[in-house]
Ligand binder design. Structure first.
Ligand code: BMA
Length: 337
């Protein structure tokens, strides 16, 4: 029985009817995203100190048109650093001389004692909000930083009790003026992973009014073993376009691929469309083989004024990559069911 957790939750008949979507895979006839020919765009060898890997980094384009990347890197002993890089085109990156400073406090060392990782960056109200998953030997919390310019980061607080991660904050508030975030609570019953949720906050610190959103069973073909929001939601005519990572445990691998979905404009926890197949899955050597094999793990996307999309993702937990595509194609792929 390859998909045990698919059957754990009792589904009411009317709910099942609502969620049933006929699956027609034949509508997808071409790649939605194309790997950048210069991949990987950053590797451990690019750093001024010995490093094992650089992956799952986030990039943004500033209002002035510069590109900034916050890189997750692993030292030789797998302790992590967050390292800045700059670019004029979002493809060729120049690393800064030093990593970002993180707090040297009892609280930081307690909750981020093993690693801090998978940054997500949202620009809202004229500043950047940076979320970092922080792990100790028992659980994960997410730390919120704010920054005016992504030159330095100011620690604000941890924004959840254990155990939750993969958080991304929407770039706009809800109609009633609250911040919104997508997140992935780590459920013991789902092997430490689980479904995507949406929560609200009046002040970025206190979060609640949580609603379940995309579920593993909605994309069981490629995400039955777990999901996580990947990149900041992007406003489109129909609602919000999101990209998520999807986990599929097979006999010999745990494949991480990426899917896309469109969330309702007014009630953004409701999934209107979702790709029936991943839009990016491990295929290239640098995604199939590395510290963790078979991983494409996006943490950011940039959408250019002409509708070109750049997706920033880690390959095999080892190198930093970019894939490009058209926003319109992603939207079409979400609806192709
Ligand atoms: C997840 C996160 C990611 C990582 C992925 C694959 O749980 O830890 O940082 O890329 O596993 O190992």
């Amino acid at each position: 029985m390859p998909f045990p957790s698919a059957h754990k939750r009792a589904v009411m008949p009317q709910e099942r009817a609502k969620r049933e979507i006929p699956m027609q895979y034949d509508k997808i006839t071409r790649d939605i995203l194309t790997r950048y020919e210069g991949n990987p765009v950053l590797t451990a060898a690019d750093f001024p100190v010995k490093m094992r890997s650089v992956y799952n980094s986030s990039a943004v384009k500033t209002p002035e048109g510069r590109y900034v990347m916050l890189c997750r890197c692993n030292l030789l002993n797998h302790r992590t650093l967050l390292w800045g890089a700059d670019s004029d085109d979002g493809l060729s990156w120049k690393l800064r001389p030093e990593p970002f400073e993180v707090p040297d406090t009892e609280e930081w060392h307690r909750y981020a004692s093993t690693v801090y990782y998978d940054p997500r960056i949202t620009r809202i109200d004229g500043e950047y909000l940076v979320l970092l998953a922080c792990q100790n030997t028992e659980y994960t919390r997410v730390a919120l930083f704010r920054s005016k310019d992504l030159e330095t980061l100011e620690f604000v607080n941890y924004i959840n009790a254990p155990d939750n991660r993969n958080m991304v904050i929407f770039p706009e508030k809800s109609a009633d003026g609250r911040y919104m975030r997508l997140e992935r609570p780590n459920l013991a019953s789902a092997g430490g992973k689980g479904n995507i949720w949406l929560s609200h906050s009046p002040d970025l610190i206190h979060w609640g009014d949580s609603r379940e959103s995309l579920r593993t069973t909605d994309v069981w073909n490629y995400g039955i073993s777990g999901l996580g929001p990947s990149t900041v939601p992007h406003r489109i005519d129909e609602g919000w376009l999101i990209i998520f990572h999807a986990i599929m445990n097979n006999c010999t691998t745990r494949e991480y691929s990426a899917g896309a979905a469109i969330l309702d404009a007014d009630r953004p926890w409701i999934v209107r469309h979702v790709t029936r197949s991943p839009v990016l899955y491990p295929e290239a050597d640098y995604e199939l083989r590395g510290l963790v094999d078979h991983v494409c793990f996006p943490c950011a996307k940039i959408i250019e004024p002409d509708g070109t999309l750049k997706l920033y993702y880690g390959g095999a937990d080892t190198v930093q990559c970019v894939a490009t595509g058209k926003l319109a194609d992603l939207i079409e792929a979400c609806k192709a069911h």
